[in-house]
Design a protein around this ligand. Structure first.
Ligand code: URA
Length: 264
C-alpha cells in the first residue's frame, strides 16, 4: 500500500467517525514527542496532568448542560437583538466548531414559519438554513403550494452545525431551545411547520415519533406568545431523499398548509 493510499484510508476513517472539521487554530506537529507538546513546568508534584484529548474528539463531545430556565430572552425584542444574544451565547459547544451561525432565511413577515433541525455542511459554509441538497428539495416542495423564500421564514432548532452532521444531543437541544422559542415569538407566524422529528419533539416536549405526529394540526403556545399558533409537523426532506416512498404523505401535509393559507 502506498503512503498516499494510507493517507486516503485514514481520512476516510476520520470521515466515517464524523470528523469533518479542522478545529485547531494553527498547524500542529503530530509527530513531535508528547513531552514537547505539554510543557513540564505546568505540573506540580501533587497535580495530575490534565488529560489531553485530540481536538477533533473534543469537538464530538456533547456540550455541557445549560439550564434553559435561567435564560430569559424576553428582553430580546427584535430579531437583531436575538441574533446578537446567540452570537454572545457560550452555553453550546457547537459554536466552537461551526464556521457560521445559521440564524434564519426568508421573510420575517411571512405567514408561514418553518423550523428544521440543524445546519449541515452547506448551511455552515453559507450561514443560511436549508441551502444544501435537502434545502433544494424543501424549496421544490414549497413551490408546489406556491411558496418560496419571500413567502416563508426558515430557522432551525440548533443554529450551529453539529460536527459530521451527527444528531444534536439532548443537552445541545436544551441549550438552544429558548432561542428558537423566542424566535417563534418574535415572528409570530400564522402557521408553524415543524420540519422533521427533532423540531416536533423539541417544541412539543414529546417523545412520539414523526410518523405518528405528522399530518395533524396542533396548537403551539409559549409564554411570550399573545395567542397560540397553528402548527403542523411534516417529514424532513433529508428523510424523503432516503425514503422517497413517503413523499405522498408529505404532499398531504403540504395540501393541508395550502388549504389553511387559503382559509386564513
Ligand atoms: N437540515 C436542517 O434541518 N436544517 C438545515 O438548515 C439544513 C438541513
Amino acid at each position: 500500500m502506498t503512503i498516499n493510499q494510507k493517507l486516503v484510508d485514514l481520512l476516510r476513517w476520520y470521515q466515517d467517525l464524523g470528523i469533518s472539521v479542522a478545529v485547531g487554530g494553527g498547524p500542529a506537529n503530530h509527530y513531535a514527542p508528547l513531552r514537547t507538546l505539554v510543557p513540564k513546568a505546568s505540573f506540580t508534584k501533587r497535580e495530575e496532568p490534565p488529560i489531553k484529548r485530540p481536538l477533533a474528539a473534543a469537538a464530538l463531545t456533547p456540550s455541557p448542560p445549560v439550564l434553559p430556565s435561567r435564560l430569559d430572552l424576553s428582553q430580546c425584542e427584535t430579531l437583531g437583538a436575538l441574533r446578537r444574544a446567540l452570537e454572545d451565547f457560550e452555553g453550546c459547544a457547537l459554536k466552537k466548531t461551526a464556521t457560521n451561525l445559521v440564524f434564519a432565511d426568508g421573510n420575517p413577515k411571512a405567514r408561514v414559519m418553518l423550523v428544521g433541525e440543524a445546519p449541515g455542511a452547506d448551511e455552515d459554509r453559507q450561514g443560511f438554513p436549508f441551502v444544501g441538497v435537502s434545502g433544494q428539495l424543501l424549496d421544490r416542495m414549497l413551490a408546489t403550494i406556491g411558496l418560496d423564500r419571500t413567502s416563508v421564514y426558515i430557522t432551525n432548532i440548533i443554529p450551529w452545525r453539529p460536527p459530521g452532521n451527527r444528531q444534536p444531543t439532548p443537552q445541545e437541544i436544551a441549550a438552544c431551545k429558548p432561542f428558537v422559542e423566542r424566535h417563534i415569538e418574535l415572528i409570530h407566524p400564522e402557521i408553524l411547520v415543524l420540519v422533521g422529528g427533532i423540531a416536533m419533539k423539541t417544541l412539543f416536549n414529546t417523545n412520539d415519533g414523526i410518523m405518528r405526529l405528522r399530518g395533524t394540526w396542533k396548537s403551539y403556545a409559549s409564554p411570550g406568545l399573545k395567542s397560540p399558533i397553528k402548527a403542523i409537523a411534516t417529514y424532513h426532506p433529508s428523510f424523503l431523499l432516503r425514503s422517497p416512498g413517503q413523499k405522498a404523505q408529505s404532499w398531504q401535509d403540504l395540501l393541508m398548509i395550502k388549504r389553511a393559507l387559503g382559509a386564513g
